[in-house]
Design a binder for this molecule. Structure first.
Ligand SMILES: [Zn+2]
Ligand SMILES: [Zn+2]
Ligand SMILES: [Zn+2]
Ligand SMILES: [Zn+2]
Length: 167
């Protein structure tokens, strides 16, 4: 038996478009570099180097949440000319996996249902015999990777003639 939990999806790990951010100290005798964010010269003691460009620490920001990317773990993510922090990138462009019921991809920003290793669209998560939908906390059963409500699960067991196994 599995109890149903809803959770915001967890991000994929592979195929992320992440780029490192380096913090460099500026040598006083070198010509100041131009910032790729604001196009002004960088006269600070430190600058950031990312995507083969130089940035003020304040100018390398996530396009979504405005956090300073030099501070949040020295990686950035890009897509469609946006520079994003990991969280926003995954929220916007990540993929959770394939729905175990309809086999379509589930984008990371969608709420999903999880049962063991399987993920499901909220809409796809229903008893595959009677289409009963489940709420968080409801009991459901997985049998041969089919989602079943308690009634159908127990009926199936009765037909097959063996005792219910709680799992
Ligand atoms: Zn700048
Ligand atoms: Zn962000
Ligand atoms: Zn689905
Ligand atoms: Zn059912």
């Amino acid at each position: 038996m599995v109890f149903l939990g809803a959770d915001a999806s967890q991000p994929m790990q592979k195929r992320e478009k992440s780029f490192g951010i380096q913090m460099l100290s500026v040598q006083p005798d070198t010509k100041p570099k131009g910032c790729a964010g604001c196009n002004r010269k960088i006269k600070d003691r430190y600058l950031l180097k990312a995507l083969d460009k130089y940035w003020h620490e304040d100018c390398l920001k996530c396009a979504c949440c405005d956090c300073r990317l030099g501070e949040v773990g020295s990686t950035l993510y890009t897509k469609a000319n946006l520079i994003l922090c990991r969280r926003d990138y995954l929220r916007l462009f990540g993929v959770t996996g394939n729905c175990a019921a309809c086999s379509k991809l589930i984008p990371a920003f969608e709420m999903v249902m999880r049962a063991k290793e399987n993920v499901y669209h909220l809409d796809c998560f229903a008893c595959q015999l009677c289409n009963q939908r489940f709420c968080v906390g409801d009991k459901f059963f997985l049998k041969n990777n089919m989602i079943l409500c308690q009634t159908d699960y127990e009926e199936g067991l009765m037909k097959e003639g063996y005792a219910p196994q709680v799992r």
